[in-house]
Structures are given as structure tokens and as C-alpha cells.
Write a protein of this length. Structure first.
Length: 361
């Protein structure tokens, strides 16, 4: 089973951006050193709490500081990018990293970004994302001339072509035919999961949703695969969870439920944001739960896996038996808050928890 981390990132709004980004980079380097397989980094253009506007730009700074960890966009919000520009940048990064890129894609998830980039049509964004990735794949699969007309974008390059200089040619990725494609998912019975299943792509289930939602993603993945005559064993399904590991159950519990700690802050931020934008259903165990019942305390209680290494391993194994045979665990990243606790938790997860989980899986 693969072990990854999802870095939104998430920092208190008053954190100095320069220091926060240095800490985020240190997290990637630390994850590589202790044996994490993957690092996924988000994209948010209009949020000081989540200050990475370009995951490819950020991850490029980690290429030569790491040795083996796969570097994933978590995700590239395709409605906010012209497909030709995205295709070029992804191909370049794939060469720079010599094939360590995982291409996470999605329709976007931050309301302020939707307003900024005029992508507020909820029904259109998934269509835009699929049209974009289809154009990107076509760009990577052919030489000029390029002539593509879509509902949202056009790509045309046919007059300005000089073969002997490669002018008019768009770069193809290092990995053939392209980097692995993975779609993000956070809604019940997600249509993105069905699309990924049908196309043979991977899936990342968001770390902050309730396990009742997570269960529906395994069903959706199977349905999507079956619709295209495929079978899936869950190997490329990654499930996100918040995981807190400490030497003792008591120490992990105290950290997880500390109202001034980073795990509480993570869920408080997400829940308040979702409520503000009338999207709180995403965070609920089921739609009948009222907004008032959805609190940071309740989310930590039923969503955060915490304890000693043995206890955490037992919980991950039990979760997999309950929701479906996911092939990757992706833990959420948190602000280090001036301490080494999160750093030690990551190390215990990689070095003591995952060997137990892998033997069981």
C-alpha cells in the first residue's frame, strides 16, 4: 500500500508566507527521507490560509532536494488553465523530475477562485476539466498541426511551423504516453470517481469527508470501471485521512483534541468555510445532519485516526475493511506550529504503522 500526504497547505492566516512556504518544502523533504511514497500539493490563487497558487512551481523546488518521492498536483484546477498552457507546463515538469510527476486534476474547490476566474457555473466546471484533459492528451499524442475545437477552449497551431527548428511543436512528457492521471473526489457517489473508473485513472478521496461518503467512492469506482468494461481492484484508489501518531494513545488523543492545536484548526477552518458557502453537506456523515450539529469537535471525533502506532494501524486496517480495498493512504498535512510533533507523527506513521498495514493488506 502506498503512503502519501495531501498538502493543501493550511496555515493560520497570520503566518508569514515566506516562512510558511519554507516549512512546506521542509515537509516534502522530510516525507521523502522517512519513506513516504507520494506528496500531493493543492492549488489556491485567492486564499492566504492556503498560500500555494501553483503546485508545479512549488514542487519544482523540491525536485533536487528529494530522491524518490513522487510529486503530485493535488490538484491542478483545470478550468482555471488554458489546456495548451497546462500541457506545456506538465510536460516540462515531468522532464525536470525525470518522471516523478503524478498529475492530479479536478474542477476546483475554492469559491473565491471560482469568482476570480469566472468559473462559478457548478455544472460547467467538471465539463471544462474533462475537455481540458482530453485536449492535453491529444497535444501529447501528436505532432503539429494542432487543431482542436471545444465547447470551452480552442487550440490551433498550424501556420507557424518550422520543422527543422521544432517551431510549432509542443513538448511531450517524459512518461509515456503521459504521467499517471488522478482525479480528486469529495462528494457522495462522486461523478469524478465514475469518470476515473471508466478511463482507468486513479482517485484521491478527500481526507476531510466522513467515512460514509468514502464508502460511496468504492461503489462509484466499480460502476465507472464496469461501464467501460474494466475491472478495478482499488490499487489506484487513494483514501485521505487525518492521522495523528504518538508514542502513546493518550498523547495522540491530547494532540488531536487540543482546541488550540492544528488538527482542530484544520476542521474548524473547513467547516466554517463550507457553511459560509452553503456547501456543508460535503462535511456531513449524512445529509440529514443539521449545520449546527457539524462542529470541529465532532469532525475530529469521527474523522481523525489517532493513537499509538499499533492502535493507528488497527484503525487503518478496520477502515479499509469497512469502506473498500484502497491501495493508498494519504494523510493530511498540518502546520508545524513551532513544534516537532507533526514531524514525529509522520515518522511514526511511515516507519512503524505502515509496515503493519502493508502486511495486513
Amino acid at each position: 500500500m502506498k503512503l502519501g500526504m495531501f498538502m493543501m497547505p493550511l496555515h493560520p492566516v497570520d503566518r508569514d508566507m515566506t516562512r510558511a512556504l519554507k516549512e512546506d518544502l521542509a515537509t516534502v523533504v522530510h516525507a521523502d527521507r522517512i519513506g513516504f511514497d507520494e506528496m500531493w500539493v493543492g492549488e489556491h490563487a485567492s486564499c492566504l490560509t492556503e498560500p500555494i497558487a501553483n503546485p508545479l512551481l512549488f514542487l519544482a523546488s523540491a525536485i533536487h532536494l528529494t530522491k524518490r518521492i513522487k510529486l503530485g498536483t493535488g490538484v491542478l484546477n483545470l478550468p482555471q488553465h488554458h489546456p495548451a498552457r497546462a500541457a506545456c507546463e506538465v510536460a516540462q515538469f515531468d522532464h525536470m523530475s525525470e518522471g516523478r510527476l503524478l498529475l492530479g486534476i479536478g474542477p476546483g474547490g475554492l469559491r473565491s477562485d471560482f469568482e476570480l476566474f469566472k468559473t462559478e457555473d457548478h455544472a460547467a466546471r467538471p465539463q471544462m476539466a474533462l475537455e481540458s484533459i482530453d485536449m492535453m492528451i491529444r497535444i501529447w499524442s501528436q505532432d503539429p498541426p494542432y487543431e482542436m475545437k471545444g465547447k470551452f477552449w480552442d487550440v490551433s497551431l498550424k501556420e507557424s511551423v518550422i520543422p527543422e527548428f521544432g517551431i510549432g511543436w509542443m513538448p511531450k512528457p517524459y512518461q509515456k504516453p503521459h504521467p499517471p492521471i488522478v482525479m480528486s473526489a469529495m462528494s457522495m457517489g462522486s461523478g469524478s470517481v465514475k469518470t476515473a473508473g471508466a478511463r482507468g485513472w486513479g482517485v484521491i478521496t478527500a481526507p476531510f469527508i466522513h467515512k460514509n461518503m468514502v464508502k460511496t467512492h468504492w461503489k462509484a469506482l466499480q460502476e465507472g470501471a464496469a461501464s467501460a468494461g474494466r475491472r478495478t481492484d482499488g490499487a489506484e484508489w487513494r483514501v485521505g485521512r487525518t492521522v495523528v501518531v504518538a508514542p502513546s494513545d493518550a498523547e495522540a488523543r491530547d494532540a488531536a483534541f487540543d482546541p488550540k492545536g492544528q488538527y482542530y484548526f484544520y476542521y474548524d477552518y473547513l467547516i466554517r468555510q463550507m457553511k459560509h458557502f452553503n456547501f456543508a453537506v460535503t462535511m456531513k456523515p449524512d445529509p440529514s445532519v443539521s449545520d449546527d450539529q457539524l462542529t470541529a469537535e465532532s469532525a475530529v471525533a469521527d474523522r481523525v485516526i489517532h493513537g499509538s502506532p499499533k492502535r493507528v494501524a488497527e484503525q487503518i486496517i478496520a477502515l479499509r475493511e469497512e469502506v473498500g480495498p484502497f491501495g493508498g493512504l494519504v494523510t493530511s498535512q498540518h502546520d508545524w506550529n513551532g513544534t516537532d510533533f507533526e514531524k514525529r507523527s509522520m515518522q511514526l506513521l511511515a516507519e512503524e504503522v505502515m509496515p503493519i498495514v502493508r502486511r495486513a493488506a
